[in-house]
Structures are given as structure tokens and as C-alpha cells.
Ligand binder design. Structure first.
Ligand SMILES: Nc1nc2c(ncn2[C@@H]2O[C@H](COP(=O)(O)OP(=O)(O)OP(=O)(O)O)[C@@H](O)[C@H]2O)c(=O)[nH]1
Length: 275
């Protein structure tokens, strides 16, 4: 108190303007104290708002989003690192596919804001590949932001909802966007028809998906994040392709790389896609 009064320039304690000055000083001091003693906040990636999910108590909170390694993982003995972007319309199941693959989980999640980030190491035979999965927001208002996440991508999953024809057309538009950003064959691209568990509401046949993929020389699979159908297989197939290309010495982005060259190779369907 004495310290405060001295700073306020007055010796008497109360009342009047001295009291006011004291209160002002104590308020400023408490603000300064709160600022200095606040723990340093974890740095969040700009524009990567992530998504929210309900916890057991029913509260909405951020879904796991971690960055646990520099890229690419060129250190000896470390798995190679590849960046994979999930693209597609809103609500086609991009986040659900990522959650299913990374956490073996399926739950109600809110639309992604900006993007969310996941990592998972995939074993392919004797080799390992660390996938950095960038789950972009499908809502139209985030469209321009999504382009920011393309940079440096090694692979892309173009996801559509088999019960929404529009989302299939949108996936085709996303391919055009990718073609503008990358030179032919620069990234491994897989077309993914999700929600096969809703077969009775199907608007896009497996044949349509397959034919489009073949015409563009993309990998193709149908999945269900809900029923856990072919989700890990889809990511594994992309990882395998990336590793094969890397071993062949033609991947520009992967450590030891050359060019990932899916589109210039023969059209291939990874596995039977019909459900
Ligand atoms: N039946 C069924 N529903 C699914 C499946 N995958 C996702 N969903 C549901 O579809 C809705 C949208 O899923 P999300 O994973 O949020 O879709 P998203 O593409 O990430 O959406 P945005 O974040 O808006 O881009 C949610 O209600 C999910 O529960 C699936 O395989 N089958």
C-alpha cells in the first residue's frame, strides 16, 4: 500500500483524488502482473483452425492436431515423410476418413475450419512412410484458403460422397485445381467415393467413379469411414505408390526423390471398389 501511495505521489491514504489514483494504479498493476505471469500459449498454425469434436461431457473442443516432426524426414533410420491433402466438398467425410485412419474412430464432428492436421506412420513391407495429412475445409467459404495447403503436397485424396452427385462433380473440379498447381504427374492422386454404407441412397455408381479415375489415370477406391471399409487400404495404397516412386528415384518432394509420376503411368484401380 505504501509503495502504491508513493507512486501516486501522495502520502495520505484516503479519500479523494488520492484514492482514485491508488485504484487506477492498482488496476494497471494487476493488468501488468496478469500479462507477465500468463503462461506462454502454444503456438497454433495460422489459418489452421482445425475442427471441433464433442468430448464425453458433450463439450465441443479441438480435435487432435499435431505437428511432431520437421519435414521431410531425411534423417537416417527415420521414416520418409510425405504430405497428403484431403480435398472435396463439405460433408463428404474427409475428416471422418482421417479420424478413422489415424485414430480408428468415427464420431460426430463439426465442419472443419481452415484445415486440420494429422500424422501417421504407415508400414509398407519393410519400409515406413510418415504421412502428414492435411484435412482441408470443404465449405465454399474456405475455398481460397485450401490452395495454401496444396504447396509441397506429394499426394491428394479427392473425396466425394457417393450419395451426392454434386460432390462427384466437385471432386472433378478439385482435380482441375490440382492440375493448375502441379505439373503433370507431380502428385499421387486418388479419387475416393465415401459413404458406401449408404448404398441405397447412391447417386454415383462405382463404375462412374472408376471410369473417371481411369480417364485421368488416378487411383480409385470406395470407402466408408463409418463402417471402416477400405479406409486404411486407401491410405496404404497411396503410401505404397509414394514409396514405389521414391524407390524408383522419381519423386521430387520425397527425400532422395525424383518425380512422383502417377498420372503418366497406366490407369490403375487399387482394389475392387464396389460395395
Ligand atoms: N453414413 C456415413 N456418414 C459419414 C461417413 N463419413 C462421414 N460421415 C458423416 O458425414 C458428415 C460429414 O462428415 P465430415 O467428416 O465432417 O465431412 P468433411 O468432408 O470433413 O466436411 P467439411 O469439414 O465441411 O469439409 C458427418 O455427419 C459424418 O458423420 C460415412 O462413411 N458414412
Amino acid at each position: 500500500m505504501a509503495f502504491a501511495l508513493k507512486l501516486s505521489g501522495r502520502d495520505e491514504a484516503w479519500p479523494g483524488s488520492g484514492h482514485l489514483q491508488l485504484r487506477r494504479f492498482l488496476f494497471s498493476f494487476s493488468l501488468l502482473w496478469a500479462k507477465c505471469s500468463r503462461p506462454t500459449a502454444a503456438v497454433q498454425p495460422t489459418l489452421c483452425g482445425g475442427r471441433r469434436e464433442r468430448d464425453r461431457a458433450g463439450h465441443w473442443g479441438p480435435v487432435m492436431a499435431q505437428v511432431d516432426s520437421p519435414r521431410p524426414g531425411a534423417a537416417p533410420g527415420q521414416p520418409l515423410v510425405s504430405k497428403l491433402v484431403l480435398l472435396g466438398s463439405g460433408s463428404v467425410g474427409k475428416s471422418s476418413l482421417a479420424l478413422r485412419f489415424v485414430k480408428q474412430d468415427f464420431k460426430n464432428v463439426l465442419p472443419t475450419v481452415g484445415c486440420a492436421f494429422f500424422t501417421k506412420v504407415v508400414d509398407v513391407g519393410a519400409s515406413s512412410l510418415k504421412l502428414e495429412i492435411w484435412d482441408t475445409a470443404g465449405q465454399e467459404k474456405y475455398h481460397s484458403v485450401c490452395h495454401l495447403y496444396f504447396r509441397g503436397a506429394n499426394a491428394a485424396l479427392l473425396v466425394y460422397d457417393i450419395t451426392q452427385k454434386d460432390s462427384f462433380h466437385r471432386a472433378q473440379q478439385w482435380l482441375s485445381e490440382l492440375e493448375k498447381e502441379f505439373s503433370p504427374g507431380e502428385v499421387v492422386v486418388m479419387l475416393v467415393g465415401n459413404k458406401t454404407d449408404l448404398g441405397e441412397e447412391r447417386e454415383v455408381t462405382a463404375q462412374e467413379g472408376k471410369e473417371f479415375a481411369e480417364s485421368k489415370r488416378l487411383l480409385f477406391m470406395e470407402t466408408s469411414a463409418k463402417a471402416d471399409y477400405q479406409v486404411s487400404e486407401a491410405f496404404a495404397a497411396v503410401a505404397q505408390e509414394l514409396l514405389q516412386r521414391q524407390k524408383a528415384g522419381n519423386s521430387p518432394h520425397l527425400p532422395g526423390g525424383g518425380a512422383v509420376d502417377l498420372n503418366s503411368g497406366p490407369a490403375r484401380q487399387v482394389k475392387c471398389c464396389a460395395h
